[in-house]
Design a protein around this ligand. Structure first.
Ligand code: UD1
Length: 449
C-alpha cells in the first residue's frame, strides 16, 4: 500500500465529485443513542489527557473540501458524532453532486450543516440546503449567512423548509455582519474564495477556528488576509486545489477537563492543546485561585488554594466563550461566595441550571443572568443532558457529587467529546457507560450544535 493510500485510510479524504471518507475507527453507532453514564463522585483527576482535534474547526474544514475537485486531507479530526453527521452529509451530496442538496434529515441534527451552503454555491453555482431544525439553546437563525451570500450576488429563495440559492458566479462584495457570527464568517469566507474580485468582510468572528479555516483555504490556493481580526479581505481565485491540513486542538474540550480537574482537587496535565486559545478562561480561573501552568502545547492544573467565586460574562472571542459557560457554572457551585454568570451570546442557554439545582446547587436564573451561590454540597441524582455543553457541566458536577449520578441522553456529549468517559477513567474518575440497545432503525433525535 502506498503511503498516500495509508493516509487516506487514516484521515477523511473529500474529493469534489467522488467524495470518499474513511475513518479507521469509530465508537459511536446509532444503536447507542440512549446510552447513559453512571458516575460516582469523589475521585481527584490525576494524570494526563491528550486533547482531541477541534470539532468546530473540523466541521468547516470538511465543508471547505467541497471547494475543490482535488483531495483535501485533514488530520486530527475528532471521532465525534457531529463529524460523522457531516461525513454522511458530504457523502450524500457526493452521490448527487450535479444536484447539490443537503437534506433535512441530516441538517436537522446539526446546525453547522449550514456550512456547506457557501462552498456549494461558490463551486456548483447552486445549492439546496435544508433550514436547520429547532434548537435547544435559542433561536439561532441563519439570516446573516443568507444576507451575506446575497451581497455576493446570489439569488436566494426560502420555501418548503429549504434554502435554494443560485448564482452564475459569485462576485466579490462588501459585507458588514450585523452581529458577529462564527459559522457565518466561515461560510462567507469560503464562498468568497471562488468569487470574482475582492470581498471585504467587516465585524467578523475572530475565533481560532476561523483562523484555522483561513489557513486551510490558503493552503488550497485562496487569497485571504486579516483572519483573526474583525476585517477579512478575500481576493477571489478561479480554482482551488487540494491540501493537507492538521486541525487545531479543541479548546473547549481542554477547558472542560481543566474545570473538572480543578473541582475534583486533582493534578492534571493536558497535552496536544493550545493554551493561547484559552486566555479568557485561564485568566478567570486564576482569579478564582486556580494554579495553571501553560506552555505552548500543554498545560497543568492543580488546585492548591480554596476556590473563590468570580463573575463571568460570555463574549465573542477573545472574551469568555459561551461554550464554557455551563462548565463554569458547575465550578461556581463549589466556589466561595456568589458568582453572577451573564450569557450574552445565546438567549436560552441555562438549561443545565435546573439539573444542577436538582443535584443540590443554589442557582437563580433571571433572564440572561444566573446567580450562583457557592459551596453547596452536590449529591447524586438522575439528570438529563439537554445540549452538548450543558451535558459537560453535569459530568463535572457528578464527578464531585456525593454518591452515584446517572446521566441520561449522553448522545448530546457524544456529538462533541471524543470518548469522554475513557479519557476521564484514565485519570481516575469512576465513570461507566451503560447502553440501552435500540432497534437499528430508531430515528435519530433532533439535536443542534
Ligand atoms: C458557533 C459554534 C458554537 C458556539 C457559537 C458561539 C460551531 C460549529 N459552533 O456556532 O459551538 O457556541 O459559535 O461561539 O462553530 N446569529 C444570527 N443570525 C445568523 C447567525 C447567528 O442572529 O445568521 C446569532 C445567533 O443566534 C447567536 C449569535 O448570532 O445569538 C452567535 O451565533 P454564531 O456565532 O453564528 O454561532 P454558530 O456559528 O452557530
Amino acid at each position: 500500500m502506498t503511503p498516500d493510500r495509508v493516509d487516506e485510510l487514516k484521515n477523511p479524504v473529500v474529493r469534489g465529485r467522488t467524495i470518499r471518507i474513511n475513518f479507521n475507527r469509530t465508537h459511536i453507532s446509532p444503536e447507542r443513542l440512549m446510552d447513559k453514564f453512571v458516575i460516582r463522585g469523589g475521585n481527584p483527576l490525576v494524570g494526563s489527557i491528550r486533547v482531541s482535534g477541534a470539532k468546530n474547526a473540523a466541521l468547516p474544514a470538511m465543508a471547505a473540501a467541497l471547494l475543490t475537485d482535488e483531495p483535501v486531507i485533514l488530520e486530527n479530526i475528532p471521532d465525534v458524532r457531529d463529524i460523522q453527521t457531516e461525513r454522511n452529509l458530504l457523502v450524500s451530496m457526493g452521490a448527487e453532486v450535479e444536484n447539490p442538496e443537503a437534506a433535512y434529515e441530516l441538517v436537522k441534527t446539526m446546525r453547522a450543516s449550514t456550512l456547506v451552503l457557501g462552498p456549494l454555491l461558490a463551486r456548483m453555482g447552486r445549492a439546496r440546503v435544508s433550514q436547520p431544525g429547532g434548537c435547544a439553546i435559542g433561536a439561532r437563525p441563519i439570516d446573516l449567512h443568507i444576507k451575506g451570500l446575497e451581497r455576493l450576488g446570489a439569488s436566494i429563495r426560502q420555501e418548503h423548509g429549504y434554502i435554494e440559492a443560485s448564482a452564475d458566479r459569485l462576485r466579490g462584495g462588501h459585507i458588514i455582519f450585523d452581529k458577529i457570527t462564527v459559522t457565518g464568517t466561515e461560510d462567507l469566507m469560503m464562498a468568497a474564495t471562488l468569487a470574482q474580485g475582492e470581498t471585504i468582510m467587516e465585524n467578523c468572528a475572530r475565533e481560532p477556528e476561523v483562523v484555522d479555516l483561513a489557513a486551510l483555504l490558503t493552503k488550497m490556493g485562496a487569497k485571504i488576509t486579516g483572519a483573526g481580526t474583525h476585517t477579512i479581505q478575500i481576493q477571489g481565485v478561479d480554482k482551488l486545489h487540494g491540501a493537507r491540513h492538521r486541525i487545531i486542538p479543541d479548546r473547549i474540550e481542554a477547558g472542560t477537563f481543566v474545570i473538572a480537574a480543578v473541582l475534583t482537587g486533582g493534578d492534571l496535565s493536558l497535552t496536544n492543546c493550545d493554551p493561547s486559545h484559552l486566555g479568557a478562561l485561564i485568566q478567570k480561573l486564576q482569579e478564582c485561585g486556580v494554579n495553571i501552568r501553560a506552555s505552548t502545547d500543554s498545560m497543568r492544573v492543580t488546585n492548591g488554594h480554596r476556590l473563590v467565586a468570580a463573575d463571568i460574562v460570555t463574549e465573542e472571542y477573545p472574551g469568555f466563550p459561551t461554550d464554557m459557560q455551563a462548565q463554569y457554572m458547575a465550578l461556581a457551585t463549589q466556589a466561595e461566595g456568589t458568582a453572577i454568570i451573564t450569557e450574552n451570546i445565546f438567549e436560552n442557554r441555562f438549561m443545565h441550571a435546573q439539573e444542577l439545582v436538582r443535584m443540590g446547587a443554589n442557582i437563580r436564573v433571571e433572564g440572561r443572568r444566573a446567580i450562583v451561590r457557592g459551596r453547596t454540597p452536590l449529591s447524586s441524582a438522575a439528570v438529563q443532558c439537554s445540549d452538548l455543553r450543558a451535558s459537560a457541566s453535569l459530568v463535572i458536577a457528578a464527578l464531585v457529587a456525593d454518591g452515584e449520578t446517572i446521566l441520561d441522553r449522553v448522545y448530546h456529549i457524544d456529538r462533541g467529546y471524543e470518548r469522554i468517559e475513557e479519557k476521564l477513567k484514565g485519570v481516575g474518575a469512576q465513570i461507566r457507560r451503560i447502553g440501552e440497545i435500540l432497534p437499528k432503525r430508531a430515528a435519530a433525535p433532533s439535536v443542534v450544535a
